[in-house]
Design a protein around this ligand. Sequence first.
Ligand SMILES: NC(=O)c1ccc[n+]([C@@H]2O[C@H](COP(=O)([O-])OP(=O)(O)OC[C@H]3O[C@@H](n4cnc5c(N)ncnc54)[C@H](OP(=O)(O)O)[C@@H]3O)[C@@H](O)[C@H]2O)c1
Length: 328
Amino acid sequence: MRYIRLGRYGPRVSVIGIGLWQFGQKAWGKLRSTPREIVHAAIENGITLYDTAEIYGNGLSERILGEVLRVEKVPRDEVIIASKLAGFNASDKERALKSLRASLTRLGLDYIDLYQIHWPPPLWCNLCSVLRGLEEAIEKGLIKYIGLSNFDVKDIEKARKCLKKHEIVSLQFQYNLAYRGPEKELLPYLKREGIGALAWSPLAKGALTGEVKERNFARLGDPVYKRASRDASLQTVLKKIAINHDSTPAQIALAWLIAKGAVPIPGARKVSHVISNARAAEIVLNESEIRLLDEVSAKYTQSYRGFSPLGRNVPCAIQRLILRILGI
Ligand SMILES: NC(=O)c1ccc[n+]([C@@H]2O[C@H](COP(=O)([O-])OP(=O)(O)OC[C@H]3O[C@@H](n4cnc5c(N)ncnc54)[C@H](OP(=O)(O)O)[C@@H]3O)[C@@H](O)[C@H]2O)c1
């Protein structure tokens, strides 16, 4: 495994993390290995960054992660735990801090390393009061770093202006070979400003692995999954480069993201995927391989818009209700 600092101000993390949306088990279906086996494999293979969220399985992902960290007796300072405050709970400071305390309880931890706002709250919410609340949480030792997710440059700038003492250390956003919109404006901005980049859906929900995947709720409404699954020329290039490195298309898709300066956080429901993903950290693509991948995926460089699962005009209470009913 290799390790880097997350942006200019963040913690040191493995160049590949692990996403734990899959522990929520609603959108993805049953796990194929036990959570303990999955986390154990991640630790054994040098992964230090664990990404969860309060909404994954309505808190189940956080609860499971906390249990496993305790059972496995993982030293607290050897892992970076990242969780997320739902956009519908980022409406005001009190609600945000209540969510943070609930996440800490579910995780059974004294502090969360990286606390991210999952998506921008509705337009009329007082995001500044939330961010100042998170600064207070840093002062009280409840979190170490503040991150954002699914914000665009304009909203990141607004958020940064709210902070008095601390920095936004990272942005988590959708980024993979079939979704390259972030490269136009967002990635150069993050690099320039020293904000770390965390890539979600780095394998386009499994479509970039060359394997036929089952239909589930997570994949159902994702156009990026659909187009990546159908893109024979992209799949062929991935396979060809994988042969050069005695590796797999999934590992090449992850190595490409690392080459672009992002930290991928692939999700996994079984141990063999965790091990394979961790090993992608050892692959260094050469310039002509990167060029080939860039060329075959050039059609996916349309612009990046921040992302909110239900849009910015849906009130928090309605967002909360819809996401609870749909269950992610
Ligand atoms: N901030 C946000 O809004 C946001 C949104 C989405 C996700 N995320 C985070 O990002 C993480 C990853 O994104 P994601 O889960 O959407 O998509 P992903 O990581 O692109 O895809 C994960 C799926 O790909 C398959 N897979 C993983 N490794 C594989 C391997 N080595 N070989 C073959 N197949 C493999 C597995 O599918 P099967 O299990 O079906 O085999 C796995 O469940 C999530 O867990 C979550 O933490 C954040």
